[in-house]
Design a protein. Structure first.
Length: 426
């Protein structure tokens, strides 16, 4: 990442604050920021901006979600439950014999500037929390902190840290270290162990900037039509759980359950069709023992597979569901409506927690598309539900969530077609 200049920092900060003018040493705000009824800030010292920029340019920021220095580390945290540790417990710090200090709370000014710079340069969409803080700062709503005797004018760092725009974990070390991320994860484990409060280290700013769920552009923008079909109740419940879930893993599994609902049916139907075709083939004769034994073998192999695997062949059954119920043209249209880049993404990329499962939805052979699609969906599902230690790729909760989120639209739009094709006209 190239260095950020003072001008870059000021332009980034304009996403939060209204700047009226610049002097040689100060930023003059168009609207004062009220800290309390009788305490407001109308000027920001450029020296504070310069100090934050210097810290930022000395740190490594490859993933945008953390700043790494030899003697310190600051990372973006994502809360995994409703209860906020920051509100309930205040800032937590601990000083150990190893000379490491931990604190959880508002971000440093350097971290905020980096976040705003990413939003501005990458044209990212801020989260609703971010937009709320921006309105409060720009409209001078204030932050309801009573002024105390001897209070000096708060710094921009103090103001932004108290907005709860994001939460970060800061670690300082008395000596250089290379294992800050591992130390941070250990601290968060013990935090959860002692207080039942779960945080994870964000792997990307997208976990705060409001990553989209699979929602079609323009859908439900006007008045919704009354339903003209009734749908399978079990499928609706899985679909509603997927829509309401915050966890990408739960979303994916819930959509998969819609496909799984028909596995036994399509598998048995396929077996019946194989037997029917075998009998109907002109080369088949009931008088030849060899032909009858071939028929028995088809059924026996199928039953053995069910017995050995504890059920039907899932990947084969998934393919059969896709083959019977999914219109690839409609799937491609849904994906393009949601995000036109996804088709190329699926063609060139596969999840890191699955084996190589590139999926070209633009291929001409429908059966080949659906076999590749079944393999991709099934392997992704297996990575979510199996966590055996070994050489096979594995899904790591939270760490792979952003990557998994790219797989969700593919499965969601497939599952919707399954729900709809089984609907009955009212």
């Amino acid at each position: 990442m190239s260095e950020i200049t003072r001008d870059d920092a000021i332009e980034a900060l304009k996403l939060l604050i209204n700047v009226d003018a610049l002097t040689e040493s100060q930023i003059i705000l168009a609207n004062p920021i009220f800290i309390s009824r009788d305490n407001s800030v109308s000027r920001i010292e450029l020296a504070e901006i310069d100090a934050a920029v210097a810290v930022l340019n000395k740190a490594k920021t490859e993933c945008n979600a953390y700043l790494l220095r030899e003697d310190g580390f600051e990372c973006l945290l994502v809360e995994n439950n409703i209860r906020s540790m920051v509100r309930d417990l205040g800032e937590i710090s601990s000083q150990g014999e190893n000379g490491i200090t931990y604190s959880i709370g508002g971000p440093s000014l350097a971290f905020i500037i980096n976040t705003l710079h990413v939003i501005r340069t990458e044209k990212r969409k801020p989260s609703s929390r971010f937009m709320h803080v921006r309105r409060r700062l720009r409209d001078s709503y204030g932050f309801s902190r009573p002024k105390e005797a001897g209070d000096s004018a708060p710094s921009l760092q103090d103001i932004l840290a108290n907005t709860e725009i994001v939460t970060t974990l800061k670690i300082r070390s008395a000596k250089p270290r290379a294992d800050f991320k591992e130390i941070a994860e250990s601290f968060l484990f013990e935090l959860a162990y002692n207080y039942d409060v779960s945080y994870i280290i964000a792997s990307d700013l997208g976990q705060v900037l409001g990553a989209r769920d699979a929602r079609r552009r323009g859908r439900a923008s006007g008045i919704m039509d009354a339903p003209r079909m009734v749908y399978n109740s079990d499928l609706i419940h899985h679909y509603q759980l997927a829509i309401s879930a915050d966890s990408p893993m739960l979303k994916y599994i819930s959509y998969y359950h819609i496909m799984e609902h028909f596995f036994e049916k399509v598998f048995n139907d396929d077996l019946v069709e194989q037997v029917r075709r075998k009998v109907a083939d002109p080369s088949f004769s009931l008088k030849r023992s060899k032909d009858v034994q071939g028929m028995i073998k088809i059924i026996t192999n199928s039953q053995r597979q069910v017995r050995d695997e504890g059920g039907v062949d899932e990947q084969r059954s998934l393919f059969l569901v896709l083959d019977r119920y999914i219109d690839i043209g409609r799937l491609v249209a849904d994906l393009n409506s949601y995000d036109p880049q996804l088709i190329d993404y699926y063609k060139a990329n596969s999840p890191s927690f699955s084996e190589n499962v590139l999926t070209d939805l633009g291929a001409t052979e429908g059966e080949r598309i659906k076999k590749a699609l079944a393999k991709r969906i099934y392997q992704t599902r297996n990575s979510l539900v199996h966590a055996k230690d070994g050489t096979r790729p594995k899904y790591f909760p939270f760490v792979n969530d952003l990557e998994l989120s790219r797989e969700i639209p593919l499965l969601r739009f497939c599952s919707e077609q399954v729900v709809i094709v089984h609907g009955k006209i009212i």
